[in-house]
Every structure is written in structure tokens, then in C-alpha cells.
Design a protein around this ligand. Structure first.
Ligand code: PLP
Length: 369
């Protein structure tokens, strides 16, 4: 019988993730599997930690890929840092800020949320006012809100958070590898990302980094981390040190893929990668502008890698996306929540961020509409 996976077709992934995968990463995935304590695999683990520090612009000791997708990174950071009753402030202007609030609430933190209109960035003046009112243990924000295409002012917010004395948590799932993410310079205490957005690796791992200050908080918890699988204290015995102890079996081939994906990014150079995303973003606005499309987010707050495109009157959201996929093998994303039916989310992440991708999409849209 014919195998289903032999029938998978090449698809240009221009949605909110996953993004298209370069050949180097596919070939890494098909390398021989090794044991999780094989010295050669440990060498690869160590290389990944260094690569991640470079891509994240940090010297943090605790820097590793968690097993699981971006949400596992979110959960890791929150579950390790939060104890019941801790005061937490979450800044929300889209789906992923809301998800952080949900997790913090489940961990029985004392959660406050500042909400901002979807499609607009977090206002630093409001954050400043809130932080003047109350002392927090932890403040969390999403850098690149994939649900709306908005970039939040993470660097500015960081200064306010540190004046308050709180730990600063940043979601960089979509931003890492597509725009500057400066963990140390911006005073970020814990940051997580994902493999399938601008790192152009299939989904499955979540890079996490934790500052020394945050590591101290984790080491000095009153209660055990309530999630065994994501407990960084235990995981560091596998990811660090002269002798490694089994915790859970690392997804071996996914780690090869991440190594290859990070190598692609670092070989091109971070500055070049950021520039390419910015240029292809401008090109997308230009090409779609010619077809009469406008952008939801105001200039200055737009993400390069995730473009919220307003669906013009008379254009049917689902029908057009269906035809893009079925007739042209191009995937774009629909809107979420209040923005469903109103916007498309067009990703130009990592390997997808090339002018050819934009041309293929614009040509297909021209034909359909
Ligand atoms: C995609 C995404 C996540 C969740 O990642 P998964 O890989 O879907 O678990 C979290 N935050 C942001 C900003 C994202 O874009």
C-alpha cells in the first residue's frame, strides 16, 4: 500500500508558522539516530547551547532547547519561576499574551493583566503607571504578537520592569531569527522561542534561556517546580556538566535539525538575516499594495516576519485561502478572535523570507481575485 507521507506535496508555508524548511535541515533530520548519552550527541548538545547563546545575544549558562513546541517553552519559563501567590503582570495585545495569563493563573499566581487593543502595541506609559502602583515578582510580554502582526517595545518595557525590581519574561517565539533579540542588553531574565518560525526548522523544540538572577530564583524556590518534565533544575543535570544524567530521552533528530537550522542562520550572519526579513517585508507591502491590499498595523509597529493584511470588501477569506492552498500550494493564515475574517496573516519567516515567495503569492492572488 502506498504510504501517505510519500504523497506529501511541497508547500510554500507563508502562514504564522511553520515556515518552509531549507534542505540542510531536512538532511539533518534523516541522519542516523544516536543514543541520548552518546558522547557525539553530547557534543552536538553543547554546540546547540553555544549557537543559541549567539542567536539570542546572551551569555546565560542556562540556555537549552526544551522538548516540545513554543508553548512548552512558555510553560517552562512560567512553571519554573512562579510559585502560588506570586504577583505577576502580563501585558496582553493578542492571543499569546492571553495564553501566558492562562498559564500563570493555572499556577495560582496573583495575576494582573494590562490589555491593549489587538493590532496596536503595548503602551509603555500604561506599563510605567501600573509598575508605579505595585511591586511584581514577574512581568511578561510577547515580543512579536503573531496573532496580530504587532511588535511590542520590549527594550523600553525592560527598563521599566527592572526599576520595579521584577523579573522580565519575554516570548520570542516568532521574533528570534527574524529581528533583533538582545537578551542581555535588554535585561531579559527568561526568554523562550520555537523552532518553526524564523529558525525554519520543523516544530518540536523550544529554545529557552534564563538569566543568573532568574536561575537563583528557581534554585531557591520554597516549593518544587510543579511540573516534573519541564523542571530546569532536573534538566540541567542532562544538559550541563562533565557527567550527564538521563532525565528524558532527547528528541535526537530534532536536535540535529535545530543544530543545522541555527548553523544556516549564523552562517548568513544575524545582521544579514534581520536585514533580509526587513527588505522582504517592504517588498511584500509593495507587491500586495499593487493589488489593493492594505496593512492592519500602523507603520513603526509592524513585524517584518508576520504581516496582518486587511482582506478587502468582496474578497472571500476562506475561499481564497482554500484556492491558494489547493491550486498553488501556498499556505497563508487567517485572522484569530475578533480579527477572524478581517485579516490574513502572511508569514515571511526564515527560509520563506525571500522575494520569490512574495512573487509566488502575489502572482497567485492576482490570478484568483
Ligand atoms: C507560535 C507561537 C507560540 C506557540 O508556539 P507553538 O509552537 O505553537 O506551541 C507562542 N508564542 C508566540 C508569539 C507564537 O507565535
Amino acid at each position: 500500500m502506498k504510504s501517505l507521507v510519500d504523497q506529501v506535496q511541497e508547500t510554500l508555508l507563508m502562514g504564522p508558522g511553520p515556515s518552509s524548511v531549507p534542505p540542510e535541515v531536512y538532511s539533518a533530520l534523516s541522519q542516523y539516530s544516536l543514543g541520548h548519552l552518546d558522547p557525539f550527541f553530547i557534543q552536538i548538545m553543547d554546540a546547540i547551547k553555544s549557537q543559541l547563546r549567539e542567536v539570542m545575544n546572551t551569555t546565560n549558562q542556562i540556555t537549552l532547547p526544551m522538548s516540545g513546541t513554543g508553548s512548552a517553552g512558555m510553560e517552562t519559563v512560567l512553571v519554573n519561576l512562579i510559585e502560588p501567590g506570586d504577583s505577576v503582570l502580563v501585558l496582553i495585545n493578542g492571543v499569546f499574551g492571553g495564553r501566558m495569563k492562562e498559564i500563570a493563573t493555572r499556577l495560582r499566581a496573583d495575576v494582573d493583566a494590562l490589555e491593549f487593543e489587538w493590532g496596536t502595541p503595548v503602551k509603555t506609559a500604561d506599563v510605567k503607571a501600573q509598575l508605579a502602583k505595585k511591586k511584581y515578582k514577574l512581568v511578561a510580554v510577547v515580543h512579536a504578537e503573531t496573532s496580530t502582526g504587532v511588535a511590542n517595545p520590549v527594550e523600553e518595557i525592560g527598563k521599566l520592569v527592572h526599576e520595579n525590581g521584577a523579573l522580565y519574561i519575554v516570548d520570542a517565539v516568532t521574533s528570534l531569527g527574524g529581528m533583533p533579540v538582545m537578551v542581555d542588553d535588554w535585561g531579559i531574565d527568561a526568554l523562550y522561542s520555537g523552532t518553526q518560525k524564523c529558525l525554519s526548522c520543523p516544530p518540536g523544540l523550544s529554545p529557552v534561556t534564563v538569566s543568573e538572577r532568574a536561575a537563583d530564583v528557581i534554585r531557591n524556590r520554597e516549593s518544587k517546580v510543579p511540573n516534573w518534565y519541564l523542571d530546569l533544575n532536573l534538566l540541567m543535570n542532562y544538559w550541563e556538566g562533565a557527567t550527564r544524567a538521563y532525565h528524558h530521552t532527547a528528541p535526537i533528530n530534532m536536535n540535529y535539525a535545530l543544530y543545522a537550522a541555527l548553523k544556516v542562520v549564523l552562517d548568513e550572519g544575524l545582521a544579514n538575516v534581520w536585514k533580509r526579513h526587513a527588505e522582504v517585508h517592504q517588498y511584500l507591502i509593495e507587491r500586495l499594495g499593487e493589488l489593493g491590499f492594505t496593512m492592519l498595523v500602523e507603520e513603526g509597529a509592524r513585524l517584518p516576519m508576520l504581516n496582518a493584511v486587511v482582506i478587502p470588501d468582496g474578497v472571500e477569506d476562506k475561499a481564497v485561502r482554500g484556492r491558494l492552498l489547493n491550486e498553488h500550494r501556498i499556505e497563508i493564515g487567517g485572522g484569530l478572535g475578533a480579527l477572524a475574517g478581517k485579516i490574513w496573516r502572511v508569514g515571511i519567516m526564515g527560509h520563506t523570507a525571500r522575494k520569490e515567495s512574495v512573487d509566488r503569492l502575489a502572482d497567485a492572488l492576482k490570478q484568483i481575485i
